[in-house]
Design a protein around this ligand. Structure first.
Ligand SMILES: [Zn+2]
Length: 192
């Protein structure tokens, strides 16, 4: 039998991401890593290192299913984290300041630095940096709670910053915790 190809948009699926094969109604759960219900044929990564598209094969009917809509799913993981527009004290193209909040609760601030001529030169040997491109972000999180930030809280913050300032990689994002007026370097997003 000739294989047919179907497309499933994950943004249109409610619940835990389970869906029925469009051809044979076999229930497919992307969380099922045993791949008993399907086989992964191909995964396509987007430029922001999230999964953009996945091609799978239904194990029951052998038809091909293109899975789309991962980008929107990963956006939902932002859990209401927002970075403000540049604050007035920013210097466009050089350094911008922003506040960062989660569901209207202030988390702290973000300072972003943009590559100047001398930075492009200095980085030349190990990284192709474009003039005016963001290349460093410092996220200062003001912690009013008793406990320190947990790593799993920091990952979505780093993700939102990276997505907002195109060109940044995890290595460029420094996270600092400010507690009782003292600053404590947590590390780079790449170390989380
Ligand atoms: Zn099927």
């Amino acid at each position: 039998m000739r294989k047919k190809s179907f497309t499933v948009d994950l943004t249109k699926i409610k619940g835990g991401g389970e869906f029925q094969c469009p051809s044979c109604d076999n229930l497919i759960s992307p969380d099922d890593e045993s791949e008993e219900t399907y086989t992964i044929i191909e995964t396509v990564m987007g430029d922001e290192d999230y999964l953009e598209r996945m091609v799978i094969q239904c194990s029951t009917c052998n038809n091909i299913i293109n899975l789309e809509g991962f980008e929107a799913l990963s956006e939902e993981e932002d859990v209401g984290i927002e970075v403000s527009e540049a604050l007035p004290e920013s210097k466009t193209g050089y350094r911008t300041l922003h506040t960062i909040s989660q569901e209207d609760r202030s988390l702290g601030q973000v300072t972003v630095e943009y590559a100047q001529k001398e930075d492009v030169k200095a980085f030349k040997r190990f990284r192709k940096l474009r003039l005016g491109e963001p290349f460093k972000a410092t996220v200062t999180l003001v912690n009013a709670e008793e406990a320190s930030f947990k790593r799993e809280d920091l990952q979505p913050i780093a993700k939102v910053v990276k997505k907002r300032f195109k060109g940044l990689v995890n290595q460029d994002i420094y996270i600092i915790e400010e507690k009782d007026g003292r600053k404590n370097v947590i590390g780079k997003a790449s170390d989380l």
